[in-house]
Design a protein around this ligand. Structure first.
Ligand SMILES: Nc1ncnc2c1ncn2[C@@H]1O[C@H](COP(=O)(O)OP(=O)(O)OP(=O)(O)O)[C@@H](O)[C@H]1O
Length: 239
């Protein structure tokens, strides 16, 4: 159970103005961390910092054994991306390019890596299909396979089920859980408290301006904060 990422008392923000402060958490190999927080609390800003794309204002992120290149990232999908004119195989293989240095030809090992990722995600049959002709759920699997190619050890997922119907959401969550069980560390930003309760091993909850909770899912569910968040989401769902 090696330590992969440690975020130590970080302040995140833009141009000298903090968005959120006191961010402290650790990710160990095999964890499934769900990052919860209301709109604008700084979840995307934290993702950029975890990917090494933005410096922290204060504090420190220690990637320990997880160098930047070992984090596979599944961004929130935009409408433009849904229309991307490439084959499934091309998109998955492009994840290998993101991992290593650029080379103008496809290496045998990249092809093998892509084939393995497609097999893990159950999309081998779709490899010659055009990405834009797939369903939303199939498209997310393709992007997950791409992220797997880019990643050795950690998958960072930003609202991965957005826009999918309930069955496709469930299928994708189960697929992510399977990857986690096979040893992949998962960090998932989500509004979906039910997914956090069902799948996560740890929860990080960011409030407006500061971290509200980090710990095991069990401790979160038994905390006042966890209870009130679960109840408020259920009330919203019932309306
Ligand atoms: N490039 C930027 N420059 C300045 N401020 C920014 C920038 N990007 C985001 N912000 C501000 O930082 C705050 C946090 O934004 P962020 O996108 O990280 O929140 P979030 O928790 O991901 O929100 P959501 O759930 O809506 O995606 C917001 O107030 C936002 O306006």
């Amino acid at each position: 159970m090696g330590k992969q990422i440690e975020c130590k008392n970080c302040t995140l923000g833009y141009e000298g103005v903090p968005v959120t402060e006191g961010i402290n958490f650790t990710v160990n190999s095999g964890d499934y961390l769900c990052i919860l927080g209301e709109n604008g609390s700084g979840k995307s800003t934290l993702i950029k910092s975890l990917l090494g794309l933005r410096p922290v204002m204060k504090g420190d992120i220690d990637w320990c054994e997880a160098k930047h290149g070992e984090i596979g990232y599944l961004p929130q999908q935009t409408v433009v991306q849904r229309d991307f004119p490439a084959s499934v195989r091309e998109i998955v293989i492009s994840g290998c390019m993101a991992k290593g240095k650029f080379h103008p030809f496809i290496l045998k090992e990249d092809k093998e890596r892509a084939a393995k990722a497609m097999e893990q995600l159950g999309i081998t049959d779709l490899e010659k299909h055009c990405y834009r002709e797939l369903s939303g759920g199939q498209q997310q699997r393709v992007l997950l396979a791409r992220a797997l190619c880019a990643s050795g050890k950690i998958l960072l997922l930003d609202e991965p089920v957005t826009g999918l119907d309930p069955k496709a959401q469930n299928d994708l969550y189960e697929m992510i859980a399977k990857l986690n069980k096979s040893g992949m560390t998962i960090i998932m930003v989500s509004h979906d408290i039910h997914a956090a309760v069902k799948y996560a091993s740890h929860v990080l909850h960011i409030g407006s301006k500061k971290q509200l909770f980090f710990g095991t899912k069990e401790d979160y569910v038994n905390s006042k904060l966890g209870q009130s968040f679960i109840n408020s989401e259920e009330a919203e769902h019932d309306e």
